[in-house]
Structures are given as C-alpha cells and as structure tokens.
Design a protein. Structure first.
Length: 403
C-alpha cells in the first residue's frame, strides 16, 4: 500500500497583483500542505510541477522553500517532484539543488518506489518537442505504477497533449497519472488508468474561484482511490455586478458594502449597461472597507473611434509594426530586438540587455528613456502566465547559503 499527497502549481514567489502579502500567501499554502503531510504521516508528497512561479526565483523564495521542506525530511517523508513550464530552463533546476540537500528527489524515467508503488516523472515538454519523446521507462519493481507529469492533457479542457498516445506508447502500464498545470482540480479515467489534476494551492488567477487544495491518492490491493482535501487560503471575495441603464460607480460601492471585505482580495466584475465606472475609485473604496486589495474588471465593450486592423498572416511583422508605432528610442528598439531574437540563448538575454542599457546611459540620449515604462495600474485580471517576478538578488549564491 502507498498513500501520498499529490500537489503542484504552488507558484512560490508569485507577487500577485504586485502585493508582498500575496507572495507570502503562496508560501503559506505550500507550508499548509507540508503540515498536513506530516500530521497524516503519508508515505510521500508528490509535486507535479511549477514549484516556483519564476524561472529565476529570488533568494528569499529559495530559503522559504528550504524551510518549508525541512519538516518532511525530519519526518522521513520523501518529496518527489518534476519540473513544470514555469520553472523550466535549459540548465539545472533548483529542484536538483534541493536534492543535493536531501530535501527532494527529482522523478524521471527510472522510477522511485514508495511502498508498493513505483512513481515515474515526465517533466513539462514544449509541444514542438513532443514528437521526439519515446515514453520509455524502466521496468517497475512494484505492484502499482504512477506517472507524474505537467501539461494540458486530454481528456480535460484546453488540452494540447494526447494522453491516449502517451499511455499507448509507454512501455509501462500505469495505474494512475498525477498531473499539474491545470489549476482546476479534476479526475477522469482513460481506459484502466485514473488521471487526476490536483489544482493549484493558491489562486493564481481571478478565474480560480473554487477552494484550493490537493489530492490524497491511495494505491491498495489493485485499487486506486483519489480524494480531495481543502486548505485554508486567503479569502477571495468575488463581486459580480450587472449594471442597469442608470447604474454607475455608486451602485458598485453599494454592492461592496454588502460584503465582508476584511483582509480579502476583492475582485469586482462589471457587466451590463450603465454609466462609466472608474476602477481607481472602486478599488480605493474597497481598500477603505478593509480589503487587502481590490481589482476591477470592466467587461463591457468600450466604444472607440480608432480602427484596429488585425491580420494573422505574419504575427511577427504585426508585433514589429506595433513596436514601431510606440515611438521607442533607438536603444529601446535594440532591447526589444534582443529579447525577441530566437538566436540569442535564454541565458544570454539578460547580459546583452544589461550591456545595451549601460551603453545607452553612457551615450546620454536626449529622450531619456530606453523604453516605455509599464503601467501597473492597467492590470485588471491576473493569470498565472501573465506576470513574472524579476530577480531580487544579484549576489552569487553558494552552498553555504543553504546550510
């Protein structure tokens, strides 16, 4: 028998809505999973990818992860994980570092036995490279088998990875497939194989309205049992407002007064007719009512006299044309070309941009700006793929930092 916690999409380090409190919320949710694992004395914690939100997490996030994983090591509960799309790079992973510290094990095609179950790992693979996969795994030495992977698989919504093909080509008959990437928890059966998404442990998008949690998966006597366990996370208050013809900002305020907003993330969605609603006024009012933060999504069509021509014949040229219309300086255009140049390795982009900015500063351009400053107030809804936390630490990190 083996009883494991199946979790994933923890997105540690995500400073959602540019809020440091939200960043801590993601770590708190992960720590809650670890606490439950120790209390329930499970056989392992299986993480299905996207441990971090950013491919280059800050030192604070790395140290927070180490502190969170230590109770598992002390309880002799293995932390088995794979790499998701958010943390995927061409080089070594932070997961490999945690393995050297005895805090984690990276699952792969060789398998890792827990009780009577062998767990295999399949990291996230971009769609363009999946045709080269052979789905060859080491022969299992256990009664049960489970594949842990990250991606959008059939038969679930938004799928771009054929699970029937994976299971058909694999040389191992899997009893279960434990997945990450889809933040909505769901379970289905493909042939004789149980397939399940554990969902995210914190709301990485305002569209994630269901309670957050994880799966408990039991392998026993030829059977697979999957159950759900919720965790306490910061309250999200969703206020959906359908405006009548004469309704406006004050009507939205009235709807907010009806709700308990204390320490909550408040997401206001405006639809219908009505007058113009000023998001800044509504957000300020929500914060005055005790909300941690308030965001407004006005989904009504906005009339504009500007004609927008859309063509899908050459998306790259469309992007270049839009960049030209922005009126960026020569240095700004140079930086844009560097970032989007597919011939420049990911590891070299930052250094090239840094050198170009330094050169621009040395040249003292008259326009004063390398590029346009992003408008943070324009953010209305956040998706897990929409924001990326910049590096906070420029200092070198050595093994002594983690001891």
């Amino acid at each position: 028998m083996a009883r494991v916690i199946h979790t994933g999409d923890t997105h540690l380090g995500y400073r959602q809505y540019h809020s440091p409190e939200r960043r801590q919320d993601f770590l708190d949710a992960f720590e809650a999973v670890v606490e439950d694992a120790v209390a329930a004395d499970v056989d392992a914690v299986v993480h299905a990818g996207d441990l971090y939100h950013d491919r280059r997490p800050g030192l604070r996030d790395i140290l927070g992860t180490i502190d969170a994983l230590r109770p598992l090591r002390e309880a002799d509960i293995p932390f088995l994980a794979i790499v998701g799309n958010h943390e995927g790079t061409r080089d070594a992973q932070w997961l490999d570092l945690f393995e050297t510290l005895g805090l984690a094990e990276r699952l792969d095609e060789t398998g890792r036995r827990v009780g009577d179950t062998a767990f295999y790992g399949l990291d996230y693979v971009p769609e363009s490279k999946r045709d080269a996969l052979d789905y060859e795994f080491a022969e299992p030495d256990a009664e049960h088998t489970a594949l842990v992977s990250h991606g959008l698989f059939t038969p679930f919504a938004h799928a771009d990875w054929d699970l029937d093909e994976v299971l058909g080509e694999a040389n191992v008959d899997f009893d279960a497939v434990l997945l990450g990437d889809n933040h909505a928890a769901d379970t289905a059966q493909v042939g004789d194989t149980w397939v399940t998404y554990c969902g995210s442990t914190e709301r990485a998008s305002a569209s994630e309205r269901d309670p957050r949690g994880y799966n408990v998966v039991e392998f026993d006597g030829g059977d697979v049992a999957i159950s759900r366990k919720a965790i306490d996370t910061r309250e999200f208050v969703f206020v959906d407002v359908d405006l009548g013809p004469e309704d406006g900002t004050e009507y939205v305020r009235e709807r907010l007064r009806e709700r308990d907003l204390e320490d909550a993330v408040v997401v206001v969605t405006v639809e219908g007719d009505g007058e113009t609603v000023t998001p800044a006024d509504v957000e300020r009012f929500g914060d005055e009512q005790g909300a941690l933060l308030t965001r407004v999504n006005d989904r009504r069509e906005v009339e504009t006299d500007e004609e927008v021509e859309v063509s899908f014949a050459d998306p790259d040229e469309a992007v270049r044309e839009r960049v030209r219309e922005m009126g960026l300086s020569e240095a700004g255009l140079d930086v844009d070309d560097t970032v989007r140049d597919l011939d420049v390795a990911d590891s070299n982009v930052r250094e090239r941009v840094k050198r170009r900015v330094e050169d621009a500063l040395d040249e003292e351009p008259t326009d004063g700006d390398v590029g346009a400053e992003p408008d943070e107030t324009a953010e209305t809804d956040v998706d897990a793929d929409a924001e990326s936390e910049p590096d906070e630490q420029a200092q070198a990190t050595t093994m002594e930092d983690f001891s």
